[in-house]
Design a binder for this molecule. Structure first.
Ligand code: 6PG
Length: 243
């Protein structure tokens, strides 16, 4: 696994770098790029900058959009990751409807985890016999969760399935999440992490101390792909290169 850490003064410059990665990768492919999105507040800011400042750099119809996780709520619910992406990204760009593969949070969770796994099997080219997202965008929670794999769900990194049902440990909200099987089979996994509230977990994860294996984000170790950490200065404020 090739891990690259990039620290930016702010989210705007981080977004510019991400736009460059999207542009470069979509230009070298002779097929549509498969991009898996995560939810939470970080992507909302980054999507805003992509739309307002970098949209023209990217051939959006050459991207198929998937999701790493979804809350089990309808697509118009304020907590829907699809709604977040649609409100801040999709609706501003000429993205064909058929390029957006949302997780149907309104469906029965177990059935939807299976349905969505089939969708990904069908639409995402495989590497080593498993679908491989060209780019998998992930955030990290202060407890080290990523996608909707929480510290008590570490077994999901050994799951045979591509997507499974989990519950948020505090809110008990039902969620559908990508498992480690598909996340770690991505060509590029990109952590997008901003804000001083993430400084502790970032320094823990990047120090790769033995206890950090308790964090799901520490188990993100692409088997054949690259791992990028795109951090703003606040999130990187406790990270020191030599730890
Ligand atoms: C979700 C995300 C989740 C998120 C982290 C960070 O559905 O909530 O997939 O893993 O990336 O919780 O969220 P913030 O960007 O809001 O800090």
């Amino acid at each position: 696994m090739n891990s690259k850490i990039h620290i930016f003064p702010d989210s705007h410059q981080l977004s510019s770098f991400l736009a460059g990665i999207l542009r470069q990768k979509s230009e070298i492919l002779n097929r549509k790029l498969t991009l898996a999105l995560s939810g939470g507040s970080t992507p909302a800011t980054i999507f805003k900058y992509l739309v307002q400042d970098f949209a023209s750099q990217i051939d959006w119809p050459s991207i198929d959009f998937f999701f790493n996780d979804e809350r089990c709520v309808p697509p118009d619910h304020p907590e829907s990751n699809y709604k977040l992406a649609n409100d801040h990204l999709f609706r501003f760009l000429d993205i064909p409807e058929e390029n957006i593969f949302r997780i149907h949070g309104e469906n029965s969770p177990v059935a939807e985890a299976s349905r969505y796994s089939q969708v990904v099997w069908k639409h995402v080219p495989a590497v080593n016999g498993i679908p491989s997202f060209d780019i998998c965008l992930l955030g990290v929670g202060e407890d080290g969760h990523t996608a909707s794999i929480f510290p008590r769900n570490m077994d999901l990194f050994q799951s045979k399935e591509l997507y499974q049902v989990t519950r948020h440990p505090q809110t008990d909200q039902t969620r559908i999440t990508a498992t480690g099987t598909i996340i770690n089979n991505s060509d590029s996994v990109i952590f997008l992490i901003t804000g001083k509230q993430k400084a502790n977990i970032v320094s823990e994860l990047l120090a790769r101390r033995k206890e950090s294996i308790l964090y799901p984000a520490a188990m993100v170790q692409p088997i054949h792909g690259n791992l990028y950490w795109l951090l703003d200065a606040e999130a990187a404020s406790l990270y020191t290169q030599d730890i």
